[in-house]
Design a protein around this ligand. Structure first.
Ligand code: SF4
Ligand code: SF4
Length: 171
């Protein structure tokens, strides 16, 4: 039995790695999981394109380079859960702790390590971003985020059901 809701991000990451080590071949051969993961990847790339059009990279890197300037804090790291970390591992992301300071442990020199982020991270845009982008691009961004979050949610439910059927979950 696995506890998906460990108190620390290190504990959750440990569970995600154990699930991945034990189940990756089986999950990779599961057509429903593979199909949903592939579609999530498409939607993630679509969202990355929208964010690149809005020049989020330079806006956020200037901000994040200032002491206490960015929004990826260690508190935000707590929004990551086991299944969403497992999805990143299944997608080939080498998920690991990159730092142990006041910033999110998944924030690297080139931004967030994760392809599939928590809902709170995907939904958050500061006032600076919103004002710089304007209403129409923000609407396009919101639609892209919505599509990806819906896909992530569906994939999470599928994985939870898979784990339940195997008796891997406590709840
Ligand atoms: S979303 Fe806003 S606060 Fe967060 S890093 Fe980007 S510019 Fe800075
Ligand atoms: S976007 Fe990534 S680096 Fe930033 S808080 Fe969320 S998980 Fe951490």
């Amino acid at each position: 039995m696995q506890d998906l809701y460990g108190t620390t991000i290190q504990a959750r990451l440990g569970v995600a790695h154990r699930l991945h080590s034990g189940l990756a071949p089986e999950l990779g051969a599961n057509e429903a999981v593979a199909g949903m993961l592939a579609q999530a990847g498409l939607l993630q790339r679509e969202l990355s394109g929208i964010m690149a059009d809005l020049d989020f990279g330079s806006l956020c890197s200037v901000c994040g380079a200032r002491a206490g300037g960015g929004c990826c804090s260690s508190f935000m790291a707590g929004e990551n859960d086991v299944i969403q970390l497992l999805i990143n591992l299944l997608a080939g992301v080498c998920v690991r702790i990159l730092r142990e300071d006041g910033e999110c442990c998944f924030l690297g020199e080139r931004g967030c390590l994760l392809l599939f982020k928590p809902m709170f991270c995907l939904n958050y845009n500061c006032r600076h971003i919103r004002q710089t982008a304007g209403p129409a691009p923000m609407h396009r961004l919101d639609q892209g985020v919505g599509r990806l979050l819906q896909q992530q949610y569906g994939l999470e439910q599928l994985l939870l059901e898979f784990l339940r059927q195997r008796g891997t979950l406590t709840g």
